[in-house]
Design a protein around this ligand. Structure first.
Ligand SMILES: N[C@@H](CCC(=O)N[C@@H](CSC=O)C(=O)NCC(=O)O)C(=O)O
Length: 278
C-alpha cells in the first residue's frame, strides 16, 4: 500500500492511498479518515460509495463529514468509483458508464469482466486491506453512499447479509433495472438478460426477501435526476410490502449535489453510530 497524501483533520488524519488490487488487476485508490479516538484502539468503520464521475476524494473534500466523524469516533473509507486507465475501448466514452461508473458490481461481460470487479474489491479485498493497515474494527462496519453509490450501498449490504451492521443512502438509484443509467450499466456489465439484473437491484432484492438493518434514505425534491433515474417510490413500496424498516425523508429545495449531502451527512453519521457504537 502506498500513501499518496495525509492531512491533519479535526484531530485525526485524512489520507489518500493506492494499492495493487489483485481482484481488479490494477492499482486502486481510496481515502481513509482516521478519527482521533483511533489513537486509543480500533474504531468502527463507515464505507461511503460515491456516485458517477466521482473519485476517492470527492466525499472527503465536499461532504464535510470529518468533523462529526471525529466527534463520534468513526473511521471513514472512500473507495474510488471504478478501475482507472484500463485501456478498455469505450471506457472513457461516457460519464455514466466505464471509468468513474463501476456500479459496485463484478462485471460478467467481456471486456469489462477483466477489470470491473468493484463488488469483490469493496466487500472483500479493500476491507481486508483496511483492517490490516488501519486501526479499524472489522466487526463494526457500516455502508452508505450517494446515487450510484447509494445503489451500491443498498445492493452490497443486501448481497452480503451480516457484513454491514448499518446502512443508509443519499438519493440512491433505487430501482436500477427500471431507469436509463441502470439499464445501460447492467446491459454493459451483466449482459442483456434482465433476469440477471435482479440480483443487483435493491428494489428487486427486497421484494425477493432480502433484509437490511433499519434504513435511512434522504432524497432532494429539486433533484434533476429524481423522476427519470432514482425511483425511490418503487423501493419505498417494496420495503412497505416486505416489512423492511425504512425512513425515507424527502426534502424540498435540495438537488442531487454535495450541498445536499453536506446538509444531511451528520444525520447519516449519527444513524450509523447508533448501531456501530452501541
Ligand atoms: N456530469 C454529469 C453530472 C454527474 C453527476 O452529477 N454526478 C453525481 C453523481 S450522479 C449518480 O451517481 C456526483 O456526485 N457528482 C459529483 C459532484 O461533485 O457533484 C452531468 O453532466 O449532468
Amino acid at each position: 500500500m502506498q500513501t499518496l497524501s495525509e492531512h491533519g483533520c479535526f484531530g485525526g488524519t485524512q489520507g489518500f492511498y493506492k494499492h495493487d488490487s489483485a481482484v481488479i488487476g490494477a492499482p486502486m485508490k481510496f481515502g481513509v479518515y482516521v478519527p482521533p479516538q483511533a489513537k486509543n484502539g480500533p474504531v468502527p468503520v463507515l464505507y461511503y460509495l460515491a456516485g458517477l464521475t466521482c473519485t476517492e476524494e470527492t466525499f472527503a473534500i465536499k461532504a464535510g463529514a470529518q468533523r462529526v466523524a471525529a466527534e463520534l469516533g468513526l473511521m471513514l473509507v472512500t473507495p474510488d468509483t471504478s478501475p482507472r486507465d484500463t485501456g478498455i475501448e469505450g471506457a472513457d466514452a461516457a460519464w455514466d458508464f466505464g471509468h468513474g461508473a463501476g456500479f459496485y458490481l463484478d462485471a460478467t461481460q467481456s471486456p469489462w469482466s477483466a477489470r470491473f470487479r468493484m463488488e469483490s474489491w469493496v466487500t472483500r479485498e479493500l476491507r481486508e486491506l483496511v483492517a490490516a493497515h488501519f486501526p479499524a474494527r472489522d466487526d463494526r462496519v457500516g455502508l452508505f453512499g450517494h446515487s450510484m453509490g447509494g445503489h451500491g450501498a443498498l445492493t452490497l449490504a443486501l448481497r452480503h447479509p451480516g457484513r454491514y451492521q448499518s446502512v443508509s443512502a443519499f438519493a440512491p438509484i433505487a430501482a436500477p433495472s427500471r431507469c436509463p443509467w441502470g439499464e445501460k450499466a447492467f446491459t454493459g456489465y451483466l449482459g442483456s438478460n434482465r433476469a440477471d439484473w435482479a440480483a443487483h437491484d435493491a428494489t428487486e432484492l427486497i421484494a425477493a426477501g432480502g433484509r437490511l438493518p433499519p434504513l435511512l434514505i434522504d432524497q432532494g425534491l429539486a433533484d434533476k435526476f429524481l423522476a427519470e433515474q432514482l425511483h425511490p417510490h418503487l423501493f419505498e413500496v417494496a420495503c412497505a410490502q416486505a416489512g423492511q424498516p425504512l425512513t425515507l425523508r424527502r426534502h424540498e429545495g435540495y438537488d442531487h449535489g454535495y450541498y445536499f449531502i453536506a446538509t444531511f451527512v451528520e444525520d447519516h453519521l449519527r444513524h450509523h453510530a447508533a448501531t456501530l457504537l452501541a
